[in-house]
Write a protein of this length. Structure first.
Length: 205
């Protein structure tokens, strides 16, 4: 099992030796210093804590700086835990993109792009109504419940509301190429989140 924090740089394409073209997402993976190890005996679960995205010390609180200094690590903006990924890692070591190899199956988690308040057509793929013959039901959701019985709208009915901006995990992705000296990892397909967003990459085995 392997895991790392990465920044989504964008999408591009790579031409393989056999002439096929791969649509890939470029991730800046690591380097991620290990800032903590969780054990069953002490914490009740197993996990490894990684830091990512170096920053100035003034950008962090004193508590955050104290935690990182205890692990002999410089200031980093993002700290995340990965369950059941500790393995043989020790506090102070560094995880790099080289933990993955071309052909590895991975899953990527991140915060999806926020779309704001959206109607049912965009949010739930509802069909639109007729646009002609005097119809006023062009993008309205239609009937949402009877008036006499039950005289209310059932809880959980799909309607308009806030769309996106939540945690999403994309599974079944494949590592196409790894460039360790540049901390880059190319993954086939799209991953959640906007450009420059931080994502979590885990092996999907």
């Amino acid at each position: 099992m392997a895991a790392i924090l990465a920044r989504k740089l964008g999408m591009t394409q790579r031409f393989l030796e056999d002439g096929r073209v791969e649509r890939v997402t470029v991730l800046e993976a690591g380097p991620c210093p290990v800032t903590g190890i969780r054990t069953v005996e002490r914490d009740g679960y197993e996990a490894v804590q990684l830091a990512f995205d170096r920053c100035r010390e003034k950008s962090l609180s004193r508590a955050e700086l104290g935690h990182l200094r205890k692990a002999d690590t410089s200031a980093h903006r993002v700290v995340r835990e990965f369950r059941d990924e500790a393995g043989e890692l020790l506090v102070g070591e560094t995880v790099s993109a080289s933990v993955f190899e071309p052909g590895d199956r991975v899953k990527v988690s991140g915060i999806s792009k926020g779309k704001g308040f959206q109607g049912t057509v965009k949010r739930h793929n509802f069909k639109r109504g007729p646009a002609s013959h005097g119809s006023h039901n062009v993008r309205a959701p239609g009937s949402i419940g009877a008036s006499a019985t039950p005289s209310r709208v059932f809880r959980g009915l799909r309607g308009a509301g806030r769309m996106g901006g939540g945690r999403v995990t994309q599974r079944g992705l494949t590592v196409v190429e790894v460039v360790p000296d540049q901390n880059l990892m190319l993954v086939r397909g799209a991953v959640p989140g906007p450009r420059e967003g931080v994502v979590e990459v885990r092996s999907d085995g």
